[in-house]
Design a protein around this ligand. Structure first.
Ligand code: CMP
Length: 194
């Protein structure tokens, strides 16, 4: 019997992508398909100095504009808010996640009662996945998004403006450096980061 996709995710320590996930359609761009992109946080979230751009103290985080916000045509406004807040977009893709890919991404929540519904929702339509870069990117992006539940998010935050429920909360962001490394590697091979 084939193991659930999340059991082969980097969070479980394995490096190899499963056939289930391959058939989910994300394999053509997912670094995980080749099993080579998960190299820990050093290669994905710490940025080397580049000519003409002071990358010292820069940090990267994974951001998702969720299917609810894409469907309601909020993606453009959210990207504008991201750029106005000073983030540099280091990678971006429009993707429809398969259910196994959504399950692998949210594997940390697999025991939670909302896991089946959350992963069904996240695979229900196109989402925008991005790598955002700035100093303190992880916290800055979480501050810009606001609280997980849009009803509790501060006025002016993205979730307050564009979310409609705790699941349909418009955006996702990594919550720590190790999860940022996992989440960036889940969607983008190193060569896709500009
Ligand atoms: P996100 O930042 O993407 O991380 C996990 C997601 O699970 C979260 O946003 C919410 O959309 C969702 N979530 C968290 N708590 C609940 C809950 N109690 N009921 C439904 N969905 C939840």
């Amino acid at each position: 019997m084939t193991a659930p996709a999340y059991q082969n995710s980097p969070t479980r320590g394995a490096r190899k992508w499963s056939p289930e996930v391959e058939s989910g359609g994300i394999s053509q761009f997912s670094p995980v398909s080749g099993g080579t992109a998960w190299r820990g946080k050093s290669s994905l979230t710490s940025i080397p100095k580049g000519a003409g751009y002071n990358r010292q103290n820069m940090e990267r985080t994974l951001a998702i504009i969720k299917p609810d916000a894409v469907e309601r045509k909020f993606a453009g406004q959210i990207i504008q808010r991201i750029e106005e807040a000073g983030f540099r977009v280091a990678a971006m893709r429009l993707v429809t996640l398969s259910k196994p890919v959504a399950e692998g991404f949210y594997a940390v929540h697999r025991e939670r009662p909302f896991f089946p519904h959350l992963t069904a929702f996240m695979s229900s339509g196109p989402a925008v996945v991005m790598v955002l870069e700035t100093d303190g990117a992880i916290k800055k992006w979480r501050d810009l998004m606001g609280a997980t539940d849009p009803a509790k998010a501060a006025p002016g935050t993205l979730r307050a403006a564009f979310g409609s429920g705790i699941e349909r909360n418009a955006t996702h962001g990594s919550d720590a450096p190790d999860t940022a490394a996992f989440e960036i590697g889940y969607f983008f091979p190193g060569v896709d980061l500009v």
